[in-house]
Design a binder for this molecule. Structure first.
Ligand code: AMP
Ligand code: MG
Length: 344
């Protein structure tokens, strides 16, 4: 057990010093909370994998606060990188580029590329700037749990496992960054996020998805994407289609008869048509950003209430909805029921 020091912005200097010394610091970003260490100190980086219980072949994203830091981490800054950085940095886009020699193998899982992001959260920016080092940081959760989006989540998961936790309230986006690989001939989205295909297409023109995001049977290029991200105690089931209200009611009735505790996560209008069930709101159906922000929070909340089954509304796979369904389908182990079909 490590004696974790929990602080706020007024003590940010201590957290920056800790990073410099090779210690572990949890900090907020605009996507989810990160678990940081000095990216150029392999011993410090190794501690991240231990604290999270993360497989070591899953490479880490390096967070920077200025362009000077990027220059030393990559082989070259290509014209495509320049265009992307001008529009999306600081912000929730991670760019995979050919790495320079100084990036240690523990960061990249032995790959010749490195994933880099400049976060826009003021505390993340300030922490990296004060520490003076590039900061390797995966999401600050125990591996297998949903990424943390609130102070409570990081304290629950990592108190006793890290040196500092810098608190900064709830995160804004709520899902991890978009990961875009530009190290090959054609840019590829390896992980969908709030910066969408169209957003990127409008800036660089040519673009595709990693085939694994479309075809479940192909191997993902981003090593992390092969892991099931969240396996709650509860079974997660997604219900789609126009008859979802009827289907969900049937399911609630059936599970209740079996003495199973059911949790429902859905947007407000749908949620309000049910009683007699534990609920978690995914916000307003007209705001997909709201849904993204609340997704992990609801999964964690319902799991904490020890429900046996979590039923979730389904969302259109367009724009940010693609990222939301990517995380939700993983949480559900691809268990999806079409309410317009008869059997389940
Ligand atoms: P996390 O740190 O938990 O948000 O996950 C980081 C994601 O970025 C994982 O899915 C990694 O596999 C991916 N990633 C990190 N570095 C690379 C890289 N060099 N090439 C491809 N994917 C990467
Ligand atoms: Mg993660």
């Amino acid at each position: 057990m490590i004696d974790t020091i929990i602080i706020r912005e007024n003590r940010i200097n201590e957290a920056a010093d800790a990073l410099k010394k090779g210690q572990l610091v949890v900090f907020p970003t605009e996507t989810v909370y990160g678990l940081g260490a000095d990216a150029l100190n392999p011993e410090a980086v190794k501690k991240i994998f231990v604290a999270k219980g993360r497989p070591t072949d899953n490479p880490l994203i390096v967070h920077i606060s200025c362009r000077e830091q990027l220059i030393e981490l990559v082989e070259e800054i290509t014209p495509t990188a320049e265009k992307l950085m001008a529009i999306f940095w600081p912000g929730p886009l991670t760019i995979v580029m050919k790495k320079s020699k100084i990036v240690p193998d523990v960061i990249t899982g032995g790959l010749d590329t490195v994933a880099i992001r400049m976060p826009s959260h003021p505390l993340a920016m300030e922490l990296i700037r004060l520490s003076g080092v590039p900061v390797a940081a995966p999401s600050a959760n125990i591996s297998g749990k949903p990424s943390p989006t609130s102070e409570r989540h990081v304290i629950e998961d990592l108190k006793g496992r890290v040196d500092y936790i810098l608190l900064g309230g709830d995160t804004e986006v709520g899902l991890e960054s978009t990961v875009l690989d530009i190290s090959g001939t054609k840019a590829q989205i390896l992980r969908p996020g709030v910066i969408t295909y169209d957003d990127i297409f409008n800036v660089i023109g040519e673009l595709s998805y990693d085939p694994h995001l479309i075809d479940e049977n192909s191997t993902p290029k981003s090593p992390g994407m092969k892991y099931k991200h969240y396996s709650p105690e509860a079974e997660v089931i997604i219900v789609k289609g126009n008859k979802k209200s009827v289907k969900i009611q049937e399911m609630i009735d059936e599970y209740t008869l079996e003495h199973k505790k059911v949790g429902l996560m859905a947007t407000d209008n749908l949620l309000n048509s049910f009683d007699e069930v534990i609920k978690c709101s995914l916000g307003n159906a007209n705001s997909i950003d709201d849904v993204g922000n609340k997704l992990f929070r609801c999964l964690r909340y319902l799991d904490q209430l020890k429900v046996d089954v979590i039923i979730s509304e389904s969302f259109d796979k367009k724009g940010f909805g693609i990222a939301i369904m990517n995380r939700l389908e993983k949480a559900a182990g691809f268990h999806i029921i079409d309410s317009e079909e008869d059997e389940r």
